[in-house]
Design a protein. Structure first.
Length: 269
């Protein structure tokens, strides 16, 4: 249950930021995660009256407000057309429709949860976070930062041409993932993100150019390259054990998901 002395609807980001500077204050998104804690907050600051619940699409980018829900991104035609349905695939296992109707992109990205499907899928695109004080920084860099009292205002996904796919492995539907995997062929290279290891998602580039020219190779060469890539990319991360899976199992799943996900993209052409 969420416990606080004051629940404040901020009238501006300036006000929200000033209020959030106190150690006893917290910004609230959809409150899905926050309400699980037992802490008594001084002030809880609600951003829902600041118009941050919109997805704006231009020729250059999608700008996703912090209060946009996971259900909104799941259903957004433009975002899903651009990501080949990867956004929908990444969130569809998260608890249930009613839950996804309330929890937010802002809370999901600012939370930088190790298990996050949302962080994994956005990170493989050319994406940025817009912070009230910190300005616009690449999402993969933001994911490495410590928590502070800044406010996530928007997530920005640049519309550079890409081919991408997302997959996750769960012990059972709607549970937290054992492993998350996203891959994108972008103009600046081939990129993968592996998350839920169980530590936070991290972006890696195909530095060895294993997948170079994959779309013009013969079937046998494609299989060989994807197998080599799956082995290589899964070896670039560290894995740990928790109650869902051992480190060794995660490493094995990473190789399997890498092979399947990259194959799915290449098969589509
Ligand atoms: C039971 C359960 C199962 C889940 N399963 C999954 C899963 O399988 N995969 C997955 O990816 N996610 C999962 N999640 C996480 C979920 O999808 C959301 O990411 C999570 O609830 C946080 O979003 P929220 O809107 O509820 O944020 P809140 O709970 O409101 O906030 C989360 C944190 O972010 C801060 N915050 C919120 N918005 C902002 C902002 N704009 N600026 C700065 N700080 C902010 C809050 O102060 C708080 O510290 C699960 C959550 C729960 C409770």
């Amino acid at each position: 249950m969420l416990r606080c002395n004051d629940y404040i609807f901020a009238e501006s980001l300036d006000e929200a930021y000033a209020l959030n500077r106190k150690k006893s204050a917290a910004i609230v998104g959809g409150c899905g995660w926050l309400k699980l804690g037992s802490r008594q907050w001084g002030s809880v600051i609600d951003l829902s009256r600041l118009g941050l619940d919109k997805i704006t699409e231009t020729d250059e980018a999608f700008t996703i407000g912090a209060m946009v829900t996971l259900r909104d991104i799941e259903k957004h035609e433009g975002l899903n057309a651009y990501t080949n349905g990867a956004i929908k695939e990444s969130v569809r296992h998260i608890v249930g429709t009613q839950f996804r109707n309330t929890v937010t992109v802002g809370g999901s990205i600012f939370g930088r949860f190790g298990f996050s499907d949302v962080l994994t899928v956005f990170m493989v695109t050319d994406s940025f976070v817009e912070l009230y004080k910190g300005g616009v920084i690449p999402l993969h860099e933001f994911a490495k930062l410590h928590y502070d009292d800044d406010i996530l205002v928007n997530v920005i996904v640049k519309k550079n041409p890409l081919k991408m796919a997302y997959s996750s492995f769960r012990n059972q539907q709607t549970d937290f993932p054992v492993l998350t995997f996203a891959h994108a062929f972008r103009e600046d290279g081939a990129f993968s993100v592996i998350g839920a290891r169980p530590s936070r998602a991290e972006l890696k580039r195909d530095e060895e150019n294993i997948l170079k020219d994959i779309f013009s190779k013969s079937q046998d060469e494609v299989i060989e390259a994807i197998n080599a890539y799956a082995l290589w990319i899964s070896s670039q991360y560290t894995y740990e054990s928790n109650l869902r899976a051992s480190a060794d199992y995660r490493r094995h799943i990473a190789e399997v998901l890498a092979r399947r996900t990259v194959t799915a993209i290449v098969d589509k052409g």
